[in-house]
Design a protein around this ligand. Sequence first.
Ligand code: NAD
Length: 353
Amino acid sequence: MNPFTYTGLPMRVVFGAGSISQLAAEVERLGAKRALVLSTPGRGDSVRKVAESLGASLAGIYDKAVMHVPVEVAEDARRVAAELGADCCISVGGGSTTGLGKAVALTSGLPIIAVPTTYSGSEMTTILGMTEGGMKKTLRDVRVLPRTVIYDPALTLGLPAAISAASGMNAIAHCVEALYAADGNPINSLQAEEGIRALAAALPRVVKDPADMDARSDALYGAWLAGVSFATTGMGLHHKLCHVLGGTFSLPHAETHSIVLPHAARYNRDAAPAAMARIARALGAADAPQGLYDLEARLGMELRLSAIGMPREGLELAARIATESPYPNPRKVEHAGVLSLLNDAFEGRRPAA
Ligand code: NAD
């Protein structure tokens, strides 16, 4: 076995159907008395129910979280937290809401309790992505790590099948890149492979019946593992492309990840054979890139960048930005290959064997 470094992040996890009932106790455990609850707009009733369970410890609800944490929204939420005298934030939602909580924690030091309701895995990482002037910038800082994460699959029953599938594939993308990361290690790889296995088995059941609590539990378990495996390994070409497409072309985050993933895996396939063998094994497929594509087709997902707002004339610019300052990647990141990858993703072609 090659030498490696493993970083374990301090994290308390409360997992299981109904575990949201422990929220007030978890706030108390942090010694907090005035919690600000964060959410995206339109999640009204379910977030209000969670917030009301805090009783006198509820300082307020801020429901303006949006994708990719625009700096203006982060500053507004920080202002509200300060005005209300909040001593803790609770993010109830997907990666957009968790990201807002992290942005508040970064400058205020307030402890965060994350209650994830999608599978994006942000709650497990020290990574914060924010957008300013149309560009997404990502930082790693341990100050943004939630202190406690409550995974309650009951809160995910209302997540529509299509968003569940895309979010689950976003989680699988974390696992895929963790498996071939330059700074990967055997412990992360165990978690990443198990994350793919759990999600690939659960997502078809979730899509068939979004109210299937067992399937939702398995998917959330896979998402947790995906977040953990992503947290301490570097990102590669896949994440770089998704950051470019999301930041510069405003494409939807999870769908972009889903569509790009089989093609990014195809780009790296021959340069990372051990990782590809583990991905294929976890998917129960003969070939990793094709297995990812086939899983998405089975989930009824959109497979073309052209269908989610990508302009054809933007492909060249995206390839150029992704190539100019690439993340470490098993295969050298070269313009022609990346442009060809993007063209395949644009058209939704099944990756070649
Ligand atoms: P999201 O948080 O934007 O949520 C997508 C939509 O689903 C929103 O409209 C939201 O209101 C709705 N929603 C969420 N949970 C729901 C539920 N249970 N029922 C019904 N509707 C629900 O989507 P996401 O994919 O989870 O997050 C994307 C964001 O997270 C991006 O900004 C991305 O950059 C970030 N992210 C960060 C990390 C990290 O480690 N920093 C990791 C992954 C994603």
